[in-house]
Design a protein around this ligand. Structure first.
Ligand code: ZN
Ligand code: ZN
Length: 226
């Protein structure tokens, strides 16, 4: 069976369902999105219990907001990098700095708005270390790779097909960016580029960002002059 990829829009961000021999979910959207998620699953259609793992690309509020509810709904274990565990389990809401003047202006709005958003804490069942994690045990040919930069514990899911689910290591949606490319917000842009070097060397072909539609890796390769 060939791998199927479903983008599930959940408001300001999207999660992805990857269906290979097994099914895994990448990210869990902003808060209060369980109903929308369940409706999308029934359209696909896939039983919630078939989802064997939820991978959190990083612990920002718009990617973990419905993690507790989706974990309860699917009974799938939640995997996150060890550096993000505390943010998930204590429902902290860190905001990375804007890296452009525009992003810094958006960031000032977020600094006021985000503290008002309520996120439920979720339990991290599987901690991802610096070496990442193979996904074979979950029926998916690929692995989780530590790709820091947007946040210190950001991870990407890279399938053997060259499809990469990168969270906010790339962005492709207004008001974050006008087109596909590097994140508009990042803790460390040097690390962002180092992480992209790793992904490009590992053969990423298509990029599925947490915000906006997928795009080809050539865009990043050109931006990197790689
Ligand atoms: Zn983020
Ligand atoms: Zn995000």
């Amino acid at each position: 069976m060939s791998v199927r990829i479903y983008a599930i829009p959940l408001g300001s961000s999207q999660c992805y369902l990857i269906q290979d021999r097994g099914a895994i979910l990448v990210d869990a959207g902003p808060p209060k999105k369980l109903r929308r998620f369940a409706r999308a699953l029934s359209d696909i259609p896939i039983e919630p219990s078939r989802i064997r793992l939820i991978v959190i690309t990083h612990a920002h509020w718009d990617h973990i907001g419905s993690a507790k509810e989706i974990r309860d709904f699917t009974a799938a274990p939640l995997a996150a990098h060890q550096a993000e565990k505390r943010c998930v389990e204590e429902a902290l809401k860190p905001l990375p700095p804007g890296v452009t003047r525009w992003a810094r202006a958006v960031g000032r709005v977020m600094t006021v708005a985000v503290p008002l958003i309520r996120v439920h804490a979720a339990t991290v069942d599987l901690e991802i270390g610096p070496e990442g994690m193979a996904l074979d045990d979950f029926g998916v040919k690929g692995r989780i790779i530590h790709t820091p930069g947007h946040s210190s514990g950001s991870v990407s899911v890279l399938l053997d097909t060259g499809d990469a689910f990168v969270g906010d290591l790339a962005m492709n949606r207004f008001p974050l960016r006008l087109g596909p490319g590097f994140p508009a917000f990042a803790e460390d842009m040097v690390k962002v580029k180092e992480s992209w070097k790793v992904l490009l060397e590992r053969g990423v072909k298509r990029i599925y960002p947490g915000h906006g539609p997928p795009f080809m890796a050539d865009k990043i390769r050109r931006a990197m002059k790689f």
